[in-house]
Design a protein around this ligand. Structure first.
Ligand code: P53
Length: 474
């Protein structure tokens, strides 16, 4: 058994990280538009609206909005079978709560998808990738509010209808499980929420997460009605958790963290909350707004496949004061794994973790998988018009090898593989340009300087050959 004949080799990006043109064609302000540039160890600030004198890297990004014709030609030359991007919600509904969509925004994606299809590249689309309308934050408190379900499903319905013959693979919310960290950054990018002093962040996570899951399940139902051939997936950040030692407490802790990482997938694939979480939420008396009607929607809106990102694994030890639930979101004891090397940004490099996670997902969920992000953020240097990036091809080759083992040795059903940031773009975590993932270099630096010219890195020719050989030549 090898990779499918129609295996979807691709590349992945997100609208807010590459399009720029943040006000073109009537686009509204998104939650990504109020995030400043950061650096490794320097968090991005989330400002109250767009303030003068701040550097907001997503406003201009790599100006893909105007450069896409030449970029799509390069992607065609690379031989991509698919291109994963997102639709900026704010191009379609600038404020998020309008009745009528913005035609200029819809037209932009028609033109982009046509350009891709002309190169034989199918668009793979995420509906919400860290870029909800900022107006929904200000006017409704973002996903604190049940009203968001209606705004999101309206957006989903409009784009499903518009692109019903151009897009087959969809995902609802990008890395919906990141907010399990209770981190300010993750609650913001996932849910548009900045917890107030009198709010319990964990309760917010469960409430916002629940509304998002209901919205996702409704979107799945709407999409399947519009085109029964649609394949609609969830999208999660897959991060296997290893115990720091053979101590049973550490092993159980790692297991509980895996359960906690994937409760969103349990709901999206199985159509129901896992027992441990329903029990925990009730023991904690969070007083969540979860109705029987919602539970019925969740049961009826299960996804067709699991889309996931994989960058790294995590290693954990039980705390000395571990509570009976073993649930300590945001304060888990993550420890260094001496067996794993790390990148300049301290991300561990663990190719076997990919195979481990693919097996775990397959055993647990029995649906096809789609690796929609994987990659190595690194600094590149241009010398004599060339970028030599063996570190990137080594990382990708090692992961593709493990991915193939999962298919060929373990029988995992895999749709495709779309490495992250196939063309250099703005980092989500730090807002930097210099943390690069692409096989295409973009001339722009963290300070915003550069003429935006595009350049094929050494990894471009390497990846083209990987695709042409269906993964045989690494
Ligand atoms: P950057 C955190 C942890 C793992 C993946 O990340 C993450 C994040 C959020 O930063 O995000 C995904 O750009 C995400 C992409 C993002 C990519 O990984 O921080 O879906 O938007 O760019 C890489 O290096």
């Amino acid at each position: 058994m090898g990779l499918r004949k129609d295996f979807l080799w691709g590349g992945a990006v997100a609208a807010h990280q590459l399009e720029g043109a943040w006000q073109a064609g009537g686009k509204g302000v998104s939650i990504a538009d109020v995030m400043t540039v950061g650096a490794h160890g320097v968090p991005r600030q989330i400002t109250a609206g767009v303030l003068p004198g701040k550097n907001y890297p997503n406003h201009t990004a790599i100006d893909f909005y105007h450069h896409y014709p030449e970029d799509v030609k390069l992607l065609g030359e690379l031989g991509l079978k698919c291109f994963r991007t997102s639709i900026a919600w704010t191009r379609i509904f600038p404020n998020g709560d309008e009745d009528q969509p913005n035609e200029a925004g819809l037209q932009f994606y028609d033109d982009l998808f046509d350009a891709l299809l002309a190169q034989g590249i199918q668009p793979v689309i995420t509906l919400s990738h860290f870029e909800m309308p900022y107006h929904l934050v200000e006017a409704y408190g973002a996903w604190r509010s049940r009203q968001l379900i209606g705004f999101f499903t309206h957006f989903a319905e409009v784009v499903f209808n518009r692109y019903r013959d151009k897009v087959k693979y969809w995902m609802t919310f990008n890395e919906i499980n990141n907010q399990n960290s209770l981190d300010v950054y993750d609650l913001w990018t996932n849910s548009g929420i900045k917890p107030q002093a009198d709010e319990n962040a964990e309760r917010l996570l469960y409430q916002a997460g629940h509304y998002e899951l209901v919205a996702s399940a409704l979107a799945v139902q709407i999409g399947h009605r519009i085109n029964p051939d649609f394949q609609i997936g969830c999208m999660v950040n897959m991060r296997p958790v290893y115990p720091a030692s053979p101590a049973p407490q550490d092993v159980f802790k790692a297991s509980r963290m895996m359960q906690a990482n994937y409760w969103f997938v349990d709901v999206q694939v199985n159509g129901r909350y896992p027992n441990w979480l329903a029990c925990y939420q009730s023991n904690q008396a969070f007083g969540l707004d979860i109705t029987q009607e919602d539970l019925d929607v969740l049961a009826q809106g299960t996804v067709d496949y699991i889309g996931f990102s994989y960058y790294r694994s995590e290693t954990v030890s039980a705390r000395a004061d571990e509570p009976a639930s073993y649930v300590t979101l945001g304060s888990n004891h993550i420890v260094e794994n001496s067996k794993i090397e790390t990148s300049e940004w301290d991300w561990g490099i663990d190719p076997i973790g990919l195979r481990y996670g693919m097996n775990w997902f397959t055993d647990r969920y029995h649906v096809p998988l789609f690796i929609v992000e994987n990659g190595f953020g690194a600094r590149d240097t241009v010398e004599d018009g060339r970028v030599h990036d063996p570190y990137r091809t080594q990382y990708l080759a090692a992961h593709i090898k493990q991915m193939k083992l999962a298919v060929e040795q373990d029988g995992v059903d895999l749709i495709g593989y779309t490495p992250w940031g196939i063309i250099d773009l703005v980092s989500a975590g730090t807002g930097q340009m210099d943390k690069r993932y692409g096989v295409i270099y973009v001339n722009k630096n963290d300070a915003g300087a550069g003429d935006l010219s595009r350049l094929k890195k050494d990894s471009f020719a390497w990846y083209r050959q990987v695709i042409a050989s269906n993964g045989d030549q690494l």
